[in-house]
Write a protein that binds this ligand. Structure first.
Ligand code: S3P
Length: 429
């Protein structure tokens, strides 16, 4: 486990960077390529640990995958060519890998065992194992199939209409992937719209997906065809530099080629509501995903309220939004975000505990947090607890501190942003 002395007392951030590829889209490109017939080529792939876990799991099921940095080729004979893995499938820290993979395995007439790291072992898997079992997959695991290790023997699944209690793209995607290879129609209805990369990308692989409000359906018996995917930059990674640019004095940062899919772009709405100097330019589309360049400058910010349908569109950005709020005039209230408790860490606890160590005035609530703004931050020894987004948030917080700040478990950042510290160094003037 690594400990890192963070950059502190930074006077200005200036420059242009391209953040790494979108994590959600990179996972899906590999997975859909692995179950499609023919060759899939992926440009802009995120070579972070989570997406490498996805590649490793599919290689263990006989799929030919060549990865060289941001470029990936997946060569497959289609879903029927997946073979029973001889080894345990290790998803590492990746919730997207395990939940979507379970959906794919639900229709496969073979056995597989899935494990992950200590964080994965605490995360709820019942949200997918329950509906997939209803579809006919035989699943068992610790705590009656609720937690890893999980074993699955799929096959002969039938479509269901699932009303998900949570707005979760992992749940939605898992069930839809099972539905593509099941009998009849599978529909998922969610309480609010979660990220829709699965629906968009399945279209690019030639599958038919039908959306009706908060419901999305697929017909069983479909086959996918290999294609070319260009992955946009990850708005969840861009978020750290958007906030850095807004709160560090004398700053102006441009982030090129960032995905701004409306189901992911809640942070842009929050920045605007808080009065940030943000411009969105050069808007275009990559494989059905909207993309733009984002420029942020040091801003005078005011507190805001974040709740309701906005929450799923910025769920991964709440740690860095909490830091943003510590530098805004007045109070920021985040509500309806209980999902934070089941992320890589309990992010209500970890955000509040670590920002308090640096002098922030922040209170946990049952479904979010309240931040009292315009508080100077000071140095401390802080901890990512193995959560990449907590680690990056603390590294941005440290930029404002006048005194030494040390990050424990800094290695976690490689999960989604392997060159994060290089980019930060590049922007520091
Ligand atoms: C993801 C969905 C979100 C998000 C995660 C990635 C995905 O999780 O937090 O980082 O790629 O589908 P939930 O679906 O559990 O909300």
């Amino acid at each position: 486990m690594a400990t890192k002395e963070l950059l502190t007392d930074v006077q200005s951030l200036q420059g242009t960077i391209k953040v790494p590829g979108d994590k959600s889209i990179s996972h899906r490109a590999v997975m859909f390529g692995a179950i499609a017939q023919g060759k899939t080529t992926i440009e802009g792939f995120l070579p972070g640990e989570d997406c490498l876990s996805t590649i490793s799991c599919f290689r263990k099921m006989g799929v030919e995958i060549h990865q060289d940095g941001n470029y990936v080729e997946v060569i497959s004979g289609g879903i029927d060519n997946l073979i029973e893995p001889r080894e345990v499938l290790d998803v590492g820290n990746s919730g997207t890998t395990i939940r979507l993979l379970l959906g794919i395995l639900a229709s496969r007439p073979f056995h597989a065992v899935l494990v992950g790291d200590d964080s994965i072992a605490k995360r709820p898997m019942g949200r997918v194992t329950k509906p997939l079992s209803e579809m006919g997959a035989r699943i068992d695991g610790r705590g009656n199939g609720m937690f890893t290790p999980i074993s699955i023997r799929g096959g002969n699944t039938v479509g269901i209409h699932y009303h998900s209690p949570v707005a979760s793209a992992q749940v939605k995607s898992s069930i839809l992937l099972a539905g593509l290879f099941s009998k009849g129609i599978t529909t998922v209805t969610e309480p609010a719209l979660s990220r829709d990369h699965t629906e968009r990308m399945l279209g690019a692989f030639g599958a038919k997906v039908h959306r009706d409000g908060l419901s999305v359906s697929v017909e069983g018996g479909q086959s996918l065809a290999g294609t070319h995917i260009q992955v946009p930059g990850d708005i969840s990674s861009a978020a750290f530099f958007l906030v850095a640019g807004a709160i560090v004095p004398n700053s102006r940062i441009t982030l090129e080629n960032v995905g701004i899919n409306p189901t992911r772009a809640g942070i842009l709405t929050v920045l605007e509501n808080m009065g940030a100097e943000l411009t969105v330019s050069n808007q275009r589309e990559l494989n059905g995903e909207p993309v733009a360049d984002l420029t942020i400058s040091t801003s005078s910010l005011k507190g805001t309220e974040i709740y309701g349908d906005l929450i799923p569109t910025l769920i991964d950005e709440i740690p860095i939004i909490a830091l943003l709020a510590t530098q805004a005039e007045g109070k920021t209230v985040i509500r309806n975000a209980e999902e934070l408790k089941v992320k890589e860490t309990n992010r209500i606890d970890t955000v509040v505990t670590e920002l308090r160590k640096m002098g922030a005035e922040i209170e946990p609530t049952n479904d979010g947090m309240i931040i009292y703004g315009k508080k100077p931050l000071h140095g401390a020894t802080v901890n990512s607890y193995g959560d990449h987004r907590i680690g990056m948030m603390l590294a941005i917080a440290a930029l404002l501190s006048k005194t030494e700040t040390v990050l424990e478990r800094s290695e976690a950042i490689a999960v989604s942003y392997p060159n994060f510290f290089d980019h930060l160094q590049l922007l520091c003037k």
